[in-house]
Design a protein around this ligand. Structure first.
Ligand code: VGL
Ligand code: ZN
Length: 204
């Protein structure tokens, strides 16, 4: 079962959105074009309650993109308010064809924990149920695309590999927030045996 996982193609990550990813809109046509190649399509949606702890607006003296240290020794990047539950910015873009999407996994709903990956929150306290969903459908090959390439798509790919899926990262159907972070992310994925591919090579 070849499965496509579309990460966070939401207005807040598109140009003009609260946490816009440069050229984020440029991947949507390409994602629509490859959908026919897949037996199963699943998506994720960043879905934060108002006042989510990752928002810089709730941390006095901090600005978006500042970093803070957490009690558990981990680092947290503070973001502009984005993908607030029920807001326009949290909606999946209407330009994305969603007809074939069988399930949408929402993440980032815990007000105190951020969640980049579609599988686990950033502290790995809880899973989203995505592994079980995919295993029930006997998914082996998992192809991942969407936004942002250096955050949610990257962390989703790393977890996918850890969960035992044969993981492909479609690099022309993603865009990063930060180019340098993107290069680092690609290095880590290569080390982790994730296959970085282009959509034109989906030749079946
Ligand atoms: C994302 C930062 C914060 C993403 C979500 O979808 O890549 N990045 N929340
Ligand atoms: Zn978020």
């Amino acid at each position: 079962m070849k499965t496509l996982l579309i990460v966070d193609v939401q207005y807040d990550f598109l140009p003009g959105g609260a946490l816009e990813v440069p050229e984020g809109d440029k991947i949507i046509d390409g994602i629509n074009e490859i959908q026919d190649k897949f037996d199963l399509i699943v998506a994720t949606q960043d879905w934060h309650p108002e006042g989510h702890f990752s928002f810089a607006s709730g941390h006095e003296g901090k600005d978006p993109f500042d970093k803070i240290s957490l009690d558990n020794g981990k680092e947290q990047i503070l973001w502009p308010d984005h993908c607030v539950q029920g807001s326009k910015g949290a909606e999946i873009s209407k330009d994305l064809n969603t007809n074939k999407i069988q399930a949408i996994i929402r993440k980032g709903t815990n007000p105190k924990i951020d969640s980049y990956s579609g599988f686990y929150d950033n502290f790995k306290e809880k899973n989203t149920g995505l592994t079980g969903y995919l295993e029930d459908r006997e998914v082996f090959d998992l192809y991942i695309c969407g936004l942002a390439g250096d955050f949610c798509v990257y962390f989703t790919a790393m977890d996918a590999k850890d969960e035992g899926f044969n993981t492909f990262y479609i690099e022309d159907l993603t865009r990063p927030i930060d180019q340098e972070g993107f290069e680092e992310a690609k290095n880590e994925m290569e080390k982790g045996d994730i296959k970085i591919i282009k959509s034109k090579n989906l030749d079946w």
